[in-house]
Design a protein around this ligand. Sequence first.
Ligand code: ARG
Length: 441
Amino acid sequence: MTKAQSNTMWGGRFDEKPDDIMEQINASIDIDKRLYKQDIAGSKAHAAMLAAQGIISDEDKAAIHKGLDQILGEIESGAFEFRRDLEDIHMNIESRLKELIGDAAGRLHTARSRNDQVATDFRLWVREACDAICERIEVFQETIDILEEQHADTIMPGFTHLQVAQPVTLARHLEAYACMLNRDKLRFIDCKDRLNKSPLGCAALAGTGFPIDREMTAKELGFDRPVNNTMDGVSARDFANEFLFCCAQAGLHLSRLAEEIILWSTPQFGFVSLSDAWSTGSSIMPQKKNPDAAELIRGKTGRLTGNLVQLMTVMKALPLTYNKDLQEDKEPVFDSFDTIILCLDAMNGMVASANWNTDKMLAAAQSGYSTATELADWLVRELGMPFRDAHHITGRVVKIAVTMGLRLDQLSLDDLQSVEPRITEGIFDYLSVETAVKMRK
Ligand code: ARG
């Protein structure tokens, strides 16, 4: 970063240059340079509108467009020099434009403020982020779809209180996550739809006296329409909070799955073995194979929730309209985006390459008396017993099985009839986990 003597963008009334630490706290370029593409698109739309309205000449508009295209190339090739003394992405680009095209650059900011400029850039960025996340969710949903097909008949225990409850299939268990992910996706789509209004033309806060055409810039940038209120337009960040919530919620769902994978990959469960590519070793215990990616997905929920809380707290008591606190809005949003993309990709890679130990799952389903509910239901259906009585009788049968160290389907008819003499041979169609699962298709 080089240092200018005074700020060329707003230093007119200033005699002294900013203190170094003032510059450090004020500058956002290290963070908001990620908005360069949106900033250039916004400026091009604004310049085109200014020319169409006769506010700037067509020659100036052409020079501005050409200069901005060159800057886009410079940034993408890494040739652009970002300067901290120019504070942020908006002033870095405008300053470079002045170097390239001279005075015409100064006309670009007519009828515009950085306040509506940054609000526009940021909405455009979050809109694209929503699309990118939805695409990654879909990739993982396809992985789950494939597993659901492969494991439609793979029996495993379903849990409540982390105790074996009733037999289910692995497909059904994974489908639950597909449902969560689908809602996550709908939330991002909804967030994107709601934010898609253009703040460009709100200027600093009160709009502008220039005869601008907000519909034109809104349309050019793919917004549905301009925002209704200029003061709301420059100061609203609920779209960013909403995006952060969407990320936090999706991360939370991934964290629940991560937790199950961590449990299931222990030798005690043994339901799943992670591939070497998705495991790590221990530097001291040679026997270990650790599910670090799953643990990190679980752990990163902390920062996703933290980012949401951060921006909510920044916004909580801000008076209308723009306050520099708002500059703190981008870091959590960029971080949550990077984090959720990484978590989705890691979860997808880990799950797609995992080995499912179907024998272990079946054995676990068989060992936990998971068909006890089937026995109770049979007593209700076949003997007309009230469910509460059937529940009690079944409890006594389970107790016998526990004492004898047998599964329910290994008990003899005599054992069963010692508790309830009216039980018949037909009960054995219901006591195995296979039949219990089929009953519930
Ligand atoms: N870098 C600023 C931000 O991100 C741009 C807007 C500055 N506006 C102002 N009135 N100082 O919020």
